[in-house]
Design a protein around this ligand. Structure first.
Ligand code: CAO
Length: 508
């Protein structure tokens, strides 16, 4: 089955190639020619049974149209020469669909300089001689006839005749500013290969393709200059286009990580030359930094997250902690507020199981976890790492303090194993020792909640009679709003606050 306008055959003279499009939509019957045949105007090509609303489908014979190969302009031997539209089979007002050269380009004899298209065929007009283009007199969309001026060419003085192949490789790759949405027509030699992956990111180059392929490329939004040609004489055929699109799709599916840092297809921030503004150096990111960047982009883009803030009165907790600190130090454990936070969060997870889930990719199910493993964000020399403390809900604050110290030491010494960083249900990111009054941590997928902890400070609190100095700890709870609703988050935070504000409850 062919559609009207589909390319049926491609003819090639020693100076140009022509696509012969189907004049009708219908079914191909007998084909009268084969590759290698020589044909002239009026020669039978094939028979098409046209689709018709009439009860009987009609058979139409397709003949070679009058689209004689354009002859190059008369040979020239030096100086600036006018290159005009050659004999194009008597056709008048033929549309220019591509201008393949610009002023300053070097061309070789036989290189395509413009492409014309009638409703019957497309024609590439070759350069009659090698030389340098001085000026171009036509643009895409112009209608031209035999004898119209195309360009001025400074002919290479005494140049040797061009190679017998009229489709010689272009000498200059300078992009033409011609206002065409398509790549510039010409020929590009490339190793015949169906593998399009290697050319996906090659810069623009000249192309050689028929109108049907160009139309398909336009429909698909494909830049033909990126497609590797495998047709005769470097011609791009439909199969090349299909292979290119397939490779492009596979590339984007199989390499999401490569685009993750740029936002999975979102516009990238263009690089700037910062050295214009002062002394700079380029520093390679560590593997952890690169992975963190990728995960942050994914988590920030994929998770609809909300952050809620509160302050816990940890005055009693601090008094208790400071009382225990010396004793713990003798056991080699540094008792900071962190183990209390881990314990309190673990208990809040048990009391609010909606925080202890992971959403499944099917969008229909989630995993409810019946264990409570808490991740601790550690600012290590290699970058941000999150070791996981297991079964925190079942351990005492002292036990948690010991294990957390070991995990943090391992992280700082770069001794963490992958297993130490897996299986977390919720993350605590404490910047309390550093400072700040609050921040919005990004949920650490596939977990659905993360607690940011800022620096505790003494604040005046009204006790009903007077203002009292109390140690207040800023808490910032980010959660995945797909899994946790605002009510659950409010209850989680209030419960957590109550545990931290009354250390006796924590030991219950
Ligand atoms: N408010 C006030 N003081 C605090 C505090 C808080 N919230 N948290 C800890 N401190 C105090 C400690 O008590 C300790 O003081 P003392 O020695 O007088 O007791 C001091 O700050 C230093 O604590 P620390 O840093 O040694 O230990 P920690 O348990 O608080 O933190 C760790 C350990 C690993 C969480 C921390 O070192 C770290 O890496 N934090 C950064 C995490 C991060 O980068 N998060 C951002 C991730 S992106 O969202």
């Amino acid at each position: 089955m062919v559609e009207e306008g589909d390319s049926l055959i491609v003819l090639e003279t020693d100076k140009a190639s022509m696509d012969i499009p189907s004049p009708f939509t219908g079914k191909i019957g007998k084909i009268a020619i084969k590759v290698g045949d020589t044909v002239s105007e009026g020669a039978d090509i094939l028979v098409i049974t046209t689709e018709s609303s009439a009860p009987v489908a009609s058979e139409e014979k397709v003949e070679a149209p009058k689209a004689s190969a354009p002859a190059p302009a008369a040979p020239v031997s030096g100086g600036v020469e006018s290159v005009k539209v050659p004999d194009i089979g008597g056709a008048e007002g033929v549309e220019v669909i591509e201008v393949a050269v610009a002023a300053g380009d070097k061309v070789k004899e036989g290189d395509s300089i413009i492409v014309l298209e009638t409703d019957k065929a497309s024609m590439e007009i070759p350069a009659p001689k090698s030389g340098t283009v001085k000026s171009v007199s036509i643009k895409v969309g112009d209608k031209v006839s035999e004898g119209d001026l195309v360009l001025e060419l400074e002919v290479e003085g005494g140049s040797a005749p061009a190679e017998s192949a009229p489709v010689a490789e272009k000498a200059v790759e300078k992009a033409t500013p011609a206002a065409t949405e398509e790549p510039k027509a010409s020929t590009a030699k490339a190793a015949p290969s169906a593998d399009q992956s290697a050319v996906l990111s090659e810069p623009s180059r000249k192309v050689h393709a028929g109108p049907a392929v160009r139309m398909l490329a336009r429909e698909l939004g494909v830049d033909l200059s990126l497609v590797r040609p495998t047709g005769p004489r470097g011609r791009i055929i439909k199969e090349d286009l299909h292979a290119y699109v397939k490779a492009a799709v596979q590339k984007s599916v199989s390499a999401p990580v490569a685009t993750a840092t740029t936002g999975s297809g979102l516009p990238t921030v263009p690089d700037q030359d910062f050295s214009k503004f002062g002394d700079v150096e380029i520093v390679k990111m560590s593997k952890i930094q690169r992975l963190t960047a990728q995960n942050m982009v994914r988590n920030a883009l994929v998770v609809p997250q909300v952050t809620q803030f509160d302050k816990a009165d940890i005055s009693d907790l601090e008094e208790f902690r400071k009382g225990l600190k010396g004793e713990m130090e003798k056991q080699g454990v540094k008792l900071t507020p962190l183990p209390f936070l881990i314990k309190a969060v673990a208990q809040a997870m048990v009391a609010n199981p909606s925080f202890n889930v992971s959403l499944m990719a099917d969008g229909e199910t989630y995993v409810q976890k019946h264990y409570v493993h808490i991740g601790i964000a550690v600012d290590s020399p290699a970058g941000l790492v999150v070791p996981v403390l297991r079964d925190a809900d079942k351990k005492s604050v002292v036990q948690i303090a010991k294990e957390a110290s070991e995990l943090i030491k391992k992280a700082l010494d770069k001794q963490l194993k992958p297993a130490d960083m897996q299986g977390g249900c919720f993350t605590i990111s404490s910047l309390g020792a550093i400072g700040g009054t609050g921040f919005t941590p990004i949920v650490n997928c596939p977990e659905v909640g993360i607690l940011g902890v800022s620096k505790a400070d003494i604040e005046p609190r009204w006790n009903g009679k007077e203002f009292e100095p109390r140690t207040m700890l800023p808490l910032c709870l980010s959660y995945d709003h797909r899994a946790v609703n605002g009510g659950d988050a409010g209850r989680f935070m209030t419960f957590l606050n109550s545990l931290l504000s009354d250390v006796r409850r924590l030991s219950l």
